[in-house]
Design a binder for this molecule. Structure first.
Ligand code: DX5
Ligand code: ZN
Length: 218
């Protein structure tokens, strides 16, 4: 199965972000993953649409924007205007998920649903056929550099088996992803691997992405 690697710039050195984004491109990154945190939905804050638009000027890569925020409906247009190519909202943060997912799609970009480690995959049953992407969080959302939660392998397989025939829905995994577990993640059904620490904190960003891209399936 072919898969995409989406470096998470959360772990990048923002004093030389342009250079690090160029390294990600050189290493063969397929997407860039941008983590938006509001200090409410998750106990951390990052950046908003202004920085997304700066990164959009640095790179032509698909910008995969992960909204870890309450009330994402109020900000969807802002992130689309900033250059998001996909917008993922959390199942746990949205009341009218069908409306939100269809709103994102009506703005002309891909719509994703993320589930936290404690949220069962069954929760996706009524929304999966509307989504373009499902993100399985393999750490508790909020911080980079955490340990991968092992039950995520099973959850990825469950999500993959829920996808209706003929629908090309991305299955993304985010948190604690490394070149060492990448092969098993792909085998379990992930086709987008998000990785922050194992790429941007590596001694050689280009080499780290190349390793992630050439992970062997088990
Ligand atoms: C965590 C974020 C992740 C984070 C992953 O809440 O959603 O995208 O950047 O970082 P690593 O790869 O360091 O676990
Ligand atoms: Zn993320």
């Amino acid at each position: 199965m072919t898969y995409k690697v989406a470096p998470s710039v959360l772990a990048a050195d923002f004093t030389k972000l342009d250079e690090q984004v160029k390294c990600a491109e050189k290493g063969g990154a397929d997407w860039l993953h941008l983590d938006i945190m509001d200090g409410h939905f998750v106990p951390n804050m990052t950046f908003g649409p202004m920085i997304v638009s700066v990164i959009n000027k640095m790179s032509d890569l698909h910008l995969d924007v992960h909204l870890m925020i309450d009330n994402p409906d109020s900000y969807l247009e802002d992130f689309v205007d900033a250059g998001a190519d996909s917008l993922t909202v959390h199942y746990e943060a949205v009341v009218h998920l069908n409306r939100t997912i269809n709103h994102i799609k009506s703005l002309g970009i891909e719509a994703g649903v993320a589930i936290n480690p404690s949220t069962p995959t069954d929760s996706l049953k009524e929304i999966i056929s509307d989504a373009d992407l499902v993100l399985v969080m393999s750490v508790n959302a909020g911080f980079g550099g955490q340990k991968f939660i092992e039950s995520s392998y099973r959850k990825l397989s469950e999500v993959r088996s829920m996808i209706p025939k003929g629908r090309a829905i991305h299955v993304e995994v985010d948190g604690g992803v490394t070149p060492e577990n990448a092969g098993r993640l792909v085998e379990c059904g992930a086709n987008v691997l998000v990785a922050g620490t194992s790429i941007f904190k590596a001694p050689d960003i280009v080499a780290a992405i190349s390793r992630m891209k050439s992970a062997k399936e088990f």
